[in-house]
Design a protein around this ligand. Structure first.
Ligand code: NAG
Ligand code: NAG
Ligand code: NAG
Length: 183
């Protein structure tokens, strides 16, 4: 009984609204965040198109002159995310951000991008991916560091696997399996 009273008292304390005199932050009771954490698996195909008249991915900073590994290059992208491998399959969102050559002795990029979903209940929600992408590895794992909308409080990781790569143009289709914990 006294334990219950203690818990109630603690909750009342935590529920106290911001006071006056410069208070701007308070600790909240997580119990008031009534949702249960969910794990969502999203599988999308990321199309990096550098060639043609309407590239979705554009190098805005070339690599340093003596680098054979794209070190120092920066490429901005607004790549389509589709539900299947063909680029003309259903678009479910856009991958917006950049990748930058970040390794001197191998081909490895820093990826910084948002997957902005545009369909169904995910419309308007995003996840943010920030990680290391050694593109010639079979599987590249990168962290999901956050999200918005449905994916508020998101964390998790993605697995990227190249499905198709055109050596001449650099165009590529990459499968992203995203495992996202969120509320
Ligand atoms: C490029 O050349 C500079 C100067 O010679 C050298 O310091 C640097 O390590 C080289 N970078 C790469 C990526 O080889
Ligand atoms: C996608 O393109 C392929 C090859 O160009 C074609 O055979 C297929 O019918 C297209 N699919 C859709 C859904 O447009
Ligand atoms: C997604 O949301 C935008 C903005 O609210 C809206 O204009 C668009 O029609 C929606 N798309 C779908 C497929 O629901």
């Amino acid at each position: 009984m006294s334990k219950l009273i203690l818990i109630l008292a603690a909750q009342i304390l935590l529920l106290t609204a911001f006071g006056e005199g410069g208070d701007f932050a308070r600790t909240m009771n997580r119990k008031h965040f009534h949702k249960e954490e969910k794990l969502t698996h999203l599988r999308v195909y990321w199309h990096d198109i550098l060639s043609g008249r309407n590239p979705s991915s554009i190098m805005i900073q070339p690599s340093v002159s003596n680098s054979s590994n794209a070190f120092g290059s920066i490429t901005m992208m607004d790549n389509a995310l589709t539900s299947d491998v063909p680029i003309n399959s259903t678009v479910v969102g856009q991958a917006q951000g950049f990748y930058a050559g970040a390794a001197q002795r191998e081909l490895g990029f820093l990826m910084a991008m948002n997957f902005a979903f545009t369909t169904g209940k995910y419309n308007g929600s995003t996840i943010t991916i920030l990680g290391r992408n050694t593109v010639f590895s079979t599987v590249r794992e990168m962290p999901v560091v956050g999200g918005s909308g449905i994916f508020g409080f998101a964390r998790g990781y993605v697995e990227a696997r190249t499905k198709w790569f055109d050596q001449k143009s650099g165009d590529a289709t990459v499968e992203y399996n995203c495992y996202v914990l969120h509320y």
